[in-house]
Design a binder for this molecule. Structure first.
Ligand SMILES: Cc1cc2nc3c(=O)[nH]c(=O)nc-3n(C[C@H](O)[C@H](O)[C@H](O)COP(=O)(O)OP(=O)(O)OC[C@H]3O[C@@H](n4cnc5c(N)ncnc54)[C@H](O)[C@@H]3O)c2cc1C
Length: 504
């Protein structure tokens, strides 16, 4: 066994792993991160192809606005200093091919006016919806994460309840209906079709989408210039400056356990490393069933991974286009007149986004364009490793490119590069079960889990912790970073140490 002096070994250099490492180092613990890839960031990534940078993650980062919820955490992690953010005043547009367009303005006043112009008969519903967005502009989502649940005392709960009280009505009213349910309340046929798409997925609780608009309007949900990998590299830099160590190309095969106590890890190359504690900041299923061989599961954990709760697997076709698309709206979901079959499933809408708002991502006069859609993991998994997998990627991207030509005339001739990422790509590069982009997908069914939380420790196994998107339903960068922060706070508490942070 090597490195007997490490206090904490962390598995995974995604945002939760890097954040755990930073806060541990801030509190005097020596740490080493083992990462199977050759890059930091995990899902928070981007890839460079032929002079184009294809972003694979951030559409909006909560905490990008100075002085606003989550900002101070990003400051502690060195992620926002000197970084510029792009703030959009519309989330996206939802467009009928050859018909009407819903513009999802982040400004509730503009949105209200626009929705009422589209459908005056739905006026009452629209007023109530936009009123909710205005209320949520004052809601601090980070309140729910600011202290580890395990450390909350009666006074903390009382304080939290008091701060949340003004928002409870809005949260209760909009937290239990999905965008799809909400759409059914509209009388206007176009809005009934467009509303399910307005926040990117139809089973999103409306409250989550409203919070997103509220944060966008507060300029607290921006896109970091330079894209997601650069953002992750900022936190990697902070971690290294704090004295942390990262080993890349180092896949952990086992968590080593002695007498029901985690004592280190073994890598696939057979090297073993010792530590006082181990934090898993990687895929939840892999951690429980592979790294720990299913030996420390309770019924609740087993149920979680039996396939009942939804995860989000996506297909992303990224295109390098020799055309300036900056005059086009940056994100449009097209409602198709005729559904198309993609990867074995009927698809009635496709989402298309260009990144011209960040000129560093494409050569001058050119654009990055991506097409995103939800897809079946099983479909890709069945054919993975066979010739048909490559053929299928070409075929599906071909169908999507043909469709694009309807919205961007003659675009095909300008496409210089095509890159396809299937759920298998996400799984291969980050280890996430079913290539999930956020752990458990946030729906009205999983909202409760988000509030109650998933345990970060396992019964009968000491000195072992889990952080990241599989223990924080809905995932997202601020929440998983906070997950890392909280676990170190919990460890400090156990060691009777004051939890300390500093800002570089
Ligand atoms: C397309 C897409 C869009 C998104 N959009 C947004 C957005 O707009 N805003 C937002 O806030 N969030 C967004 N997210 C969600 C967010 O990116 C994730 O929730 C978050 O990055 C998860 O971080 P994590 O640290 O929990 O896990 P991961 O990022 O999965 O990190 C886990 C790390 O562990 C490594 N690893 C796995 N197994 C092992 C092993 N055995 N040994 C060593 N290393 C291992 C992996 O390589 C990886 O680096 C998006 C995600 C995707 C995919």
């Amino acid at each position: 066994m090597k490195n007997s002096s490490t206090d904490i070994i962390i598995i995974g250099a995604g945002i939760s792993g890097l954040a755990s490492g930073c806060y541990a180092q801030m509190n005097g613990y020596s740490t080493q991160i083992f990462e199977m890839h050759n890059l930091p960031g995990g899902l928070c990534t981007a890839w460079n192809r032929n002079g184009y940078i294809f972003d694979g993650c951030i559409h909006y980062l909560f905490g990008s606005g100075k002085g606003q919820p989550f900002y101070s955490m990003w400051e502690e992690l060195g992620a926002v200093q000197g970084r510029r953010f792009i703030n959009h005043d519309e989330l996206m547009r939802v467009r009928e091919v050859g018909g009407k367009t819903l513009i999802v303005y982040s400004n509730p006043d503009k949105l209200e006016l626009h929705l009422k112009q589209l459908s005056s008969v739905d006026s009452q519903l629209i007023t109530s919806f936009c009123k909710g967005i205005r209320v949520l502009k004052g809601f601090d989502l980070s309140l729910l994460q600011q202290k580890p649940k395990a450390l909350m005392e009666v006074a903390d709960l009382w304080n939290l309840g008091r701060k949340m009280l003004p928002f409870m009505g809005t949260l209760a009213k909009w937290g239990t209906i999905s965008a799809e349910d909400f759409a059914k309340r509209f009388q206007d046929p176009f809005l009934r079709q467009a509303i399910p798409q307005m926040f990117a997925w139809k089973d999103i609780p409306v409250m989550v989408g409203m919070s997103l608009l509220a944060y966008m309007h507060n300029q607290n949900a921006g896109f970091p210039l330079g894209a997601s990998l650069e953002f992750a590299r900022g936190i990697e830099k902070r971690y290294l400056e704090l004295g942390g160590q990262i080993s890349y190309n180092s896949q952990v095969e086992r968590v080593l356990v002695e007498n029901d106590k985690a004592v280190g890890v073994r890598l696939y190359n057979n090297e073993s490393y010792q530590s006082v504690r181990v934090i898993s900041a990687c895929d939840g299923r892999g951690t429980l069933f592979d790294l720990l061989r299913g030996e420390y599961l309770d019924e609740e954990m087993e149920m979680l991974y039996d396939g009942y709760f939804p995860v989000h697997s996506q297909l992303q076709v990224s295109l390098g286009v020799n055309r300036d698309l900056s005059k086009e709206p940056h994100w449009v979901t097209y409602l198709l007149n005729q559904p198309v079959v993609i990867a074995g499933e009927e698809c009635s809408e496709i989402s298309v986004k260009h990144y011209c708002f960040d000129p560093s991502l494409a050569p001058p006069g050119k654009s990055v364009l991506i097409v995103m859609l939800r897809t079946s993991y099983d479909y890709w998994q069945r054919i993975y490793g066979r010739k048909i997998y490559d053929a299928e990627q070409i075929q599906e991207s071909g169908i999507l490119i043909d469709l694009l030509a309807e919205f961007y005339p003659a675009i095909k001739a300008d496409i210089e590069y095509v890159d396809v990422a299937t759920p298998m790509s996400y799984e291969r590069y980050t280890g996430n079960w079913q290539g999930s982009s956020c752990g458990w997908l946030l729906t009205k069914q999983t909202m409760g889990m988000m509030i109650s939380g998933i345990p970060k420790t396992l019964p009968n196994l000491s000195n072992f912790y889990m952080v990241g998107q599989w223990v924080e339903p809905g995932g997202s960068l601020p929440v998983v970073a906070m997950s890392g922060r909280n676990i170190i706070q919990q460890i400090c508490h156990k060691d009777h140490k004051m939890f300390e942070v500093n800002i570089p």
